[in-house]
Ligand binder design. Structure first.
Ligand SMILES: *[C@@H]1O[C@H](CO)[C@@H](O)[C@H](O)[C@H]1NC(C)=O
Ligand SMILES: *[C@@H]1O[C@H](CO)[C@@H](O)[C@H](O)[C@H]1NC(C)=O
Length: 341
C-alpha cells in the first residue's frame, strides 16, 4: 500500500517545519548562513568594544561613544547597572554616549543608545538579522572581498515609538592571519593583546604602515585592531526612511569561506537533526497510518500498522540477510552457495 496523499502531505509539512531557519529574532553565531555559505563566529562571542569621539567645536561639546556588541548573546548589565547607564535588556549592540560640555567645567552626562537587539519592552522591535556574502553584494567597493555582512536591527533612540530607528552593519572580512581578537578590548577596558604604538620593532612598524595604507582605502578607523569602527551616521534605508547606522568592520579568519570548523563536532549537528527528523517522520507515518487503518478499515493488532506485514517480517528478513552474509564469509566460495534455510 503506497502512502496516501494526505499522509504524504503530512510528511512534507512536518519536514518543512523542522527545516525552517531559526526565527528572525534569534540567530545562532555558530551557524550563520549567508547565501548558502555557513560561518561559525562563535569564537568572536562575548562583549567587544570600540570607541569613537566626535567634536562639536562650535558649541564646545565633545561626544565620546563606547559601542559594545556581542554576536552570540544578549549584552549583560554591569553590577549595579541601571537604565541610566545601560541599554535595555535584549540589546546585542549598545552605544554609551558621554556628552562632555567643554565650556562648562567638562561636565558630562551619560546616554545609552539601543542600536540592535530584540526588545520585549518595545513591541515589534526585533533584531531581524540578515546576512549576505560580501562578494554577492551590489556595492562595487566589495569587489573581491571575502566575508559576510551582518545587518542587525531593532534599536530605537530615544527608546520609544517615535525614536529614530537604529541598526548595526558589521562586515566580517576574511583575513587568514587574524583570529579577530587582535587589539581586542574586552569590556572592562583591558587590552587583550599588546598593541601599543611605541614598540620599537622596525619590521613591525613597517608592516603597520603598509597595513594602514591599505586600510586607508576604506572609511574605517585607522587602527590595527581586528574590530574597527567605520561610522555612526544617518543613512537612507532605501524606503525614504532615515536610520541611524553603526558600521563596523571585523577582520577575522572565521569569515573565510574555507575556514576550518571551530570544533570538529559541529557537523554532527546536521546529522543529529537529520536523524531526529527521520525519526519524527517515521513515527508520524506509523501513528497517522495506524489511525487511518483503524478508522477506515477497522484494523486491529498488526493490521493497524501501515505495511504491517512488512514490518512484522523485518526480524526474519534481517536474520535471513545476516545468515547470507555469514554464509558468504564462511563458505569462502568453496561451495559457492549458502546452506539451505
Ligand atoms: C555640572 O554637574 C553637576 C553635577 O552633576 C551639577 O550640579 C552642575 O549643575 C553641573 N553644571 C552645569 C553648568 O551644568
Ligand atoms: C568607555 O570605555 C572606556 C574604556 O573601557 C572607559 O574608561 C569609559 O568609562 C567608558 N565610558 C563610558 C561612558 O562608559
Amino acid at each position: 500500500m503506497a502512502p496516501s496523499r494526505s499522509q504524504a502531505t503530512l510528511f512534507s509539512l512536518l519536514a518543512a517545519t523542522a527545516l525552517l531557519p531559526s526565527p528572525a529574532w534569534a540567530f545562532d553565531c555558530k551557524e550563520i548562513q549567508a547565501d548558502r555559505v555557513r560561518f561559525d563566529l562563535s569564537k568572536l562571542g562575548g562583549p567587544h568594544m570600540v570607541h569613537w569621539k566626535e567634536e562639536d567645536l562650535v558649541h564646545d561639546w565633545q561626544y565620546k561613544y563606547n559601542f559594545t556588541l556581542d554576536v552570540c548573546d544578549k549584552l549583560k548589565w554591569h553590577k549595579g547597572g541601571s537604565l541610566a547607564t545601560e541599554c535595555h535588556h535584549g540589546a546585542r549592540v549598545c552605544g554609551i554616549r558621554e556628552d562632555i560640555n567643554l565650556a562648562v567645567d567638562r561636565n558630562s552626562t551619560i546616554t545609552p543608545i539601543d542600536i540592535a537587539g530584540t526588545f520585549t519592552s518595545l513591541s515589534g522591535r526585533v533584531i531581524d538579522a540578515k546576512f549576505e556574502l560580501l562578494r554577492n553584494s551590489k556595492s562595487n567597493s566589495d569587489g573581491g572581498r571575502e566575508g559576510v555582512r551582518a545587518i542587525l536591527n531593532g534599536g530605537k533612540f530615544p527608546f520609544k515609538k517615535d525614536g529614530m530607528d537604529q541598526r548595526a552593519i558589521i562586515e566580517f572580512v576574511c583575513d587568514k592571519d587574524r583570529t579577530g581578537l587582535e587589539g581586542d578590548e574586552k569590556e572592562g577596558g583591558d587590552l587583550e593583546d599588546g598593541d601599543k604604538d611605541d614598540d620599537g620593532d622596525d619590521d613591525k612598524k613597517e608592516e603597520k604602515l603598509r597595513k594602514r595604507e591599505e586600510s586607508g582605502k576604506g572609511k574605517c578607523e585607522d587602527s590595527d585592531n581586528s574590530l574597527r569602527f567605520c561610522g555612526y551616521q544617518q543613512e537612507e534605508d532605501g524606503k525614504d526612511k532615515k536610520i541611524q547606522t553603526l558600521r563596523l568592520e571585523w577582520r577575522t579568519k572565521y569569515a573565510c569561506e574555507d575556514a576550518p570548523p571551530v570544533d570538529g563536532g559541529s557537523h554532527w549537528g546536521f546529522f543529529g537533526w537529520f536523524f531526529i527528523i527521520l525519526f519524527l517522520v517515521i513515527a508520524t507515518y506509523l501513528i497517522f497510518g495506524s489511525w487511518l487503518n483503524y478508522n477506515r478499515y477497522g484494523a486491529r493488532g498488526w493490521d493497524l500498522l501501515p505495511h504491517g506485514d512488512t514490518i512484522r517480517d523485518i526480524p526474519y528478513i534481517a536474520k535471513d540477510f545476516a545468515r547470507k552474509v555469514a554464509g558468504t564469509v564462511q563458505g569462502g566460495g568453496s561451495r559457492g552457495g549458502y546452506a539451505a534455510v
